[in-house]
Design a protein around this ligand. Structure first.
Ligand SMILES: NC(=O)c1ccc[n+]([C@@H]2O[C@H](COP(=O)([O-])OP(=O)(O)OC[C@H]3O[C@@H](n4cnc5c(N)ncnc54)[C@H](O)[C@@H]3O)[C@@H](O)[C@H]2O)c1
Length: 353
């Protein structure tokens, strides 16, 4: 069992999470409970949660359609409406049982309903266990832009049972692994070296715990994204633009898949800015080719990428600010990059496959 102290709440990882969830619920004497899930976590995770936490047997279930499209204003309205119809009050609890889509949307709805009610995260994907459920960012996509509306609100607790991963499709497992490699790249070379050779499925619990501890260290120092937390955006400025560009197309990518491409392109920016040697660039490229098998993207439309990047919340005054690694295990932020450098980095990506 791992216990990580975060900003006013605990992250628990292990087999005893159901006991901890039950004692939190007993202690807080919530007036009502609402479990948000999608059809997959309804099927694969909810029975386990309810049978182990008797207090949740009477909970109202709000089931969403799985997938990024649910992180929308429309589904937020559905959640708020259900809370209102079932008389949720300031002392109600929202339980987010699912991946990053459920915790982002559920956290957003809870943090805005009646100016904020308690919520807890029970992440069920690798990405949400190691990343999305921790750190207090909630949000939805709006007007074609990822995470453009949201809040910083900390959950009352995060409870991680790696056994939930048993039913997770392998594409989604790889998706989560991308964020774990990212955290290693930006702040822990030893962890990066371990990950390169680890049997990640066997070591999942330890890897999640290490990933959460590293992310937690960063977000605890900078809860509102004003400084060091920006290093977590490594790979995301370009990655988000690619993810948004392909949203709804036949080449649609999962978040982590887009971030892998973003990390490779942004590693080349580090190389162009002489922060990063050719050897290090080759190492990242080879490890990612081996672990993630990313593909060349044929329709990487530069104009769309620039347009999407301008709208990204990470750009200020229309200038592109990047978090870039300056060696494996270390990252700098607020670095200006020119359009030409971005074009060259994208070319590097497309000619590497
Ligand atoms: N708030 C943050 O700090 C943060 C950080 C990173 C990513 N995110 C967000 O997270 C989202 C992506 O999260 P995700 O990758 O978890 O996607 P997701 O929530 O869509 O889950 C992926 C798929 O796995 C299914 N699933 C979930 N748990 C399962 C289980 N145990 N067994 C079988 N199927 C299961 C879901 O139904 C879904 O189809 C993106 O919207 C991204 O923006 C947020």
């Amino acid at each position: 069992m791992y216990l990580i102290k975060s900003n006013g709440y605990d992250v628990e990882i292990g087999i005893k999470i159901f006991k901890s969830i039950s004692s939190l619920i007993t202690k807080k004497k919530y007036s009502s409970h609402f479990i948000i899930c999608d059809e997959n976590t309804f099927q694969f995770c909810l029975p386990n949660l309810i049978s182990n936490c008797p207090k949740l047997r009477e909970a109202h279930i709000i089931e969403l359609e799985s997938g990024e499209a649910s992180k929308s204003l429309e589904f937020s309205a559905h959640v708020w409406q259900t809370l209102i119809e079932n008389k949720a009050d300031k002392n109600s609890l929202v339980v987010n049982l699912g991946g990053g889509v459920v915790s982002d949307l559920g956290g957003f709805c809870a943090s805005t309903y009646k100016r904020g009610i308690d919520f807890i995260n029970i992440p069920t994907t690798l990405l949400s266990m190691a990343d999305a459920s921790v750190g207090g960012k909630t949000g939805i996509d709006f007007s074609g832009l990822k995470n453009s509306i949201g809040t910083f609100t900390q959950p009352k607790g995060v409870f991680i049972d790696p056994d939930f991963l048993e039913t997770l499709p392998s594409r989604h497992f790889q998706n989560g692994l991308a964020e774990i490699f990212k955290i290693a790249l930006i702040c822990d070379k030893k962890f990066w070296n371990e990950l390169k050779t680890a049997d990640v499925k066997v070591a999942a619990k330890d890897i999640i715990a290490k990933g959460v501890a590293l992310k937690n260290k960063i977000v605890s120092k900078d809860p509102f994204d004003n400084g060091i937390r920006k290093t977590l955006n490594f790979g995301h400025t370009i990655g988000h633009a690619i993810e948004s560009m392909l949203l709804g197309s036949s080449n649609e990518l999962l978040h982590g898949e887009a971030i892998v491409i973003g990390m490779l392109i942004e590693s080349h920016l580090s190389y162009q800015k002489k922060l990063f040697s050719k050897n290090e660039l080759d190492e990242v490229l080879n490890v990612f080719k081996n672990v993630f098998q990313p593909n060349k993207i044929n329709d990487l439309n530069l104009d769309s990428i620039f347009e999407l990047m301008k709208n990204d919340k990470k750009s200020t005054n229309n200038k592109f600010q990047f978090a870039l690694i300056d060696k494996i295990g270390s990252c700098k932020f607020d670095l200006a990059v020119s359009d030409l450098q971005i074009k060259k980095a994208i070319e590097f990506y497309n000619t590497s496959f």
